[in-house]
Design a protein around this ligand. Structure first.
Ligand code: ADP
Ligand code: ADP
Ligand code: ZN
Length: 213
């Protein structure tokens, strides 16, 4: 099964993608997580990506595509994957369609986690991320057992640099300009499914399971 998660930053794509990945035994591939891992390891890619990420801008398509196409070569992608945060622009979506077509393959679903902008600021301000394992929590809606500590790996939880309110507003603009057009793109391909992302985590997951069933 090959799934693309769509939605604004903070809509809950990552939270749901992890649950889908666990349930179906397919990898959760987050370009944001890969960029952050590179940043942490201070690779050249990480340093380049940081310039854009910290400003709330998208990393250029060429760099992003190189990274994701390489990731697809990994053995674990044989039975599919759930993509979170990729594609984020029309050229990225077209490149993905093309790459799949070259293998006589295609996506199964593009799931839009629909959340209005006024919810997003709260979700982002309360998001706490583990930079060791990519785990995400929320101080109110999904609190870790012990404050500031990742339930999954014991790593330290942080407020991401780009989750500060002033950057979040910018990222929302970038989303509306560059990523929201993907909703129509996938509607045109008859792959689009929408879920109400304002409900709680389990309710959103239930709606997704109904789509995938
Ligand atoms: P969120 O989970 O809040 O949507 P991500 O972790 O997916 O954020 O992405 C964080 C940042 O990484 C983005 O703001 C952008 O700078 C960069 N990024 C991640 N994925 C992509 C992509 N597909 N294309 C361009 N930039 C990306
Ligand atoms: P995205 O990957 O779309 O950027 P995340 O999955 O990281 O979004 O979720 C953003 C924040 O909102 C996190 O702190 C997460 O714990 C929280 N969150 C996710 N889904 C929900 C939900 N349905 N209701 C309330 N909070 C949520
Ligand atoms: Zn962790």
């Amino acid at each position: 099964m090959k799934i693309v998660m769509l939605g604004a930053p903070g809509a809950g794509k990552g939270t749901q993608a992890k649950k889908i990945a666990a349930k179906y035994g397919i990898p959760h591939i987050s370009t944001g997580d890969i960029f952050r891992a590179n940043l942490k390891a201070q690779t050249e890619l990480g340093m380049k990506a940081k310039e854009y990420m910290d400003k709330g801008l998208l990393v250029p398509d060429s760099l992003t595509l190189e990274l994701i196409m390489d990731r697809f070569k990994n053995d674990d992608c044989k039975n599919g994957y759930v993509l979170d945060g990729f594609p984020r622009t029309i050229p990225q979506a077209e490149a993905l369609t093309e790459a799949l077509k070259n293998n006589n393959d295609s996506l199964d679903y593009a799931i839009d986690v629909d959340v209005p902008d006024d919810f997003i600021i709260d979700r982002m301000a309360g998001r706490r991320a583990c930079l060791d394992c990519g785990g995400t929590f929320h101080v109110v809606f999904n609190a870790p057992k012990q404050e500031g500590i990742c339930d999954l790996c014991g790593g330290k939880l942080v407020l991401r640099n780009d989750d500060k309110p002033e950057t979040v507003k910018l990222r929302l603009n970038v989303y509306h300009e560059q990523t929201q057009p993907l909703i129509d793109y996938y509607k045109g391909q008859k792959l689009l499914k929408s879920v109400d992302g304002t409900k709680n985590v389990d309710e959103v997951f239930d709606s997704i399971l109904q789509i995938l069933a």
